[in-house]
Design a protein around this ligand. Structure first.
Ligand code: FAD
Ligand code: SF4
Ligand code: SF4
Length: 480
């Protein structure tokens, strides 16, 4: 059915309007406006309805993209929403923050010479409309089951699993050491990419559906892992990765050098109205400062753009490879540049300067040498190219590793990889412990929201099978 489709020949790709950089620098609101209805319809109608839709193949939750684009183009928005939510628990979140240029849109095979369909923005539009129209309702469980599942971590992975398990009737308990639901959706990712009320609405929906949340509750401190296992029929570990990678160069212990997530969390908490002494006393606040962020991933992009909004005097991003080889999304680099961030490509810190507090970074220029076994060119120092960059706040954004979960949970039997991530079977999340599953970043290493959602969904299916089998056995035992 291609009625009203294949319009890529006459219609150009268009994103929702972006607010001006001057306006964006002043607040933490999202930078894209909502699509006007006609524009969403037009953009959806550019899809050529491929027989083998590569967009879908490269979407981690395998969204049925051609179908919901078709329904949107033909004004059947409620059906488009039904199809979209069937494969993704949080489509409006993915529509906002998936790096679409590396996933669905990057794989859109619209005829050569034409730009891809704007998939993410249409996905966001469909679900934002569904919220507005009241089509999204709490789950009504038709058959309550006695079995319960304990989920450690209220990030996107844990929440997707909770949603799926609750729909099947399980008693779902989610434990999180933080005071709010959402994990990095709330405390890592800044509001200009994902406004917090989007996450709050989802959290409320899950609570209204009967999921029980235990906040300010740290497993390993408030309850041991083995006690949690005794309490529930199955347990999911969805604790994410939080050990910040460090820079070991002279001066790295100076005041004014801070880890990225501390900086971002302070900013997000302040935005949420919390009392944040380290923000107020200037430790985790860029106002009036020359800021240098070290790193080239999405976290570094979030730090530079947060610093701009806080009123930094200047913001530089130091990255040891070049623009083409950075891990972060190119779309975010463009946004950062528009907002006034200066990128210092092919540059790495050799030392931090200063007496007690940082006053500068001694940087060295790099060139890209021979590729290593992963295929990436290795950055090599250019001797004699050292130069000083003044700064009074340096932010380290070099990625994250897994904490020592077996030690934290006092469960030495839990199998982990040499990077500390939990070993879990692909497609089920089953660990080596009976009834214990693991999902999201704690299995994959620092990854993406949409992959955590995919894991949560897969593991909910696996647990449903595991617990159904156990119910079957129990019922058979009773009958015999
Ligand atoms: P998390 O979101 O980390 O949630 C884990 C939860 O477990 C936390 O709430 C934590 O408090 C809780 N927890 C941990 N230990 C315990 C314990 N012992 N007891 C109780 N609770 C515990 N991805 C994208 O797709 N797009 C982006 O734009 C993007 N931007 C990012 C920006 C930043 C700054 C960062 C850091 C990450 C970004 N990511 C992005 C990655 C994405 O946020 C993660 O991949 C995703 O959140 C992983 O989900 P998760 O559920 O595995 O873990
Ligand atoms: Fe694209 Fe992410 Fe939506 Fe999949 S979930 S269609 S990758 S924006
Ligand atoms: Fe439509 Fe592009 Fe997907 Fe093809 S690859 S179905 S054109 S969105």
């Amino acid at each position: 059915m291609t009625k009203n489709m294949l319009k890529f020949v006459t219609l150009e790709k268009n994103m929702p309007a972006k607010r001006s950089a001057e306006e964006r620098r002043e607040d933490f609101q999202e930078i894209y406006d909502e699509f006007a209805t006609q524009k969403a319809v037009d953009q959806a109608s550019r899809c050529s309805q491929c027989g083998i839709p590569y967009c879908q193949v490269h979407c981690p939750v395998q969204n049925n993209i051609p179908d919901w684009l078709n329904l949107t183009a033909n004004g059947r928005l409620e059906e488009a929403y039904e199809i979209s939510q069937a494969t993704n628990n949080f489509p409006e979140i993915c529509g906002r923050i998936c790096p679409q240029d590396r996933l669905c849109e990057g794989s859109c095979v619209i005829e050569k010479g034409f730009e891809s369909v704007t998939i993410g923005a249409v996905e966001k539009y469909i679900t934002d409309t569904a919220w507005e129209k009241g089509w999204i309702k709490p789950t009504k469980v038709t058959r309550e089951l006695e079995q319960s599942v304990g989920i450690i971590g209220a990030g996107p992975g844990g929440l997707a699993a909770a949603d799926e398990l609750r729909k099947k009737g399980y008693q779902v308990h989610v434990y999180d050491r933080y005071d709010r639901i959402g994990g990095l959706l709330v405390y890592g990712i800044p509001g200009f990419k994902l406004e917090k009320d989007v996450v709050e609405k989802r959290a409320k929906l899950l609570a209204d559906s009967g999921v029980t949340f235990h906040l300010n509750f740290e497993v390993g401190r408030d309850l041991s892992f083995s006690e949690l296992r005794d309490k529930h029929d199955s347990v999911i570990i969805a604790t994410g990765v939080y050990k910040a990678r460090d820079i070991t160069v002279p001066g790295s212990g100076l005041d004014g050098i801070v880890p990225a997530l501390e900086f971002l969390t302070a900013s997000n908490r302040k935005g949420l109205g919390d009392d944040v002494p380290a923000f107020d006393d200037g430790t985790l606040n860029a106002v009036g400062k020359n800021v240098v962020v070290v790193g080239g991933g999405d976290t570094a992009m979030d730090c530079v753009r947060t610093a701009v909004r806080q009123g930094a005097k200047s913001v530089k991003c130091l990255y040891r490879r070049d623009r083409k080889n950075m891990p972060g999304s190119l779309r975010e680099v463009v946004n950062a540049e528009e907002e006034g961030v200066e990128f210092v490509w092919l540059s790495a810190p050799k030392a931090f300067l200063g007496d007690d507090t940082v006053s500068g970074v001694k940087a060295i220029n790099m060139h890209l040498g021979i590729a290593d076994s992963s295929g990436r060119q290795v950055p090599v120092e250019i001797s004699g190219s050292e130069h000083d960059i003044p700064c009074d706040l340096a932010i380290k954004a070099l990625g994250f590793d897994a904490e020592d979960v077996p030690a934290l949970f006092d469960e030495p039997g839990l199998e982990v990889s040499r990077w500390g991530t939990i070993m879990a079977s692909y497609g089920t999340g089953q660990t080596n412990l009976e009834g214990v599953y693991a999902i999201g970043d704690i299995v994959r290493g620092a990854s993406l929201v949409v992959w955590a959602i995919r894991d949560g969904r897969d593991t909910a299916t696996a647990i449903h099978k595991y617990l159904s089998d156990r119910r079957g056995l129990a019922e058979a035992a009773l009958a015999s």
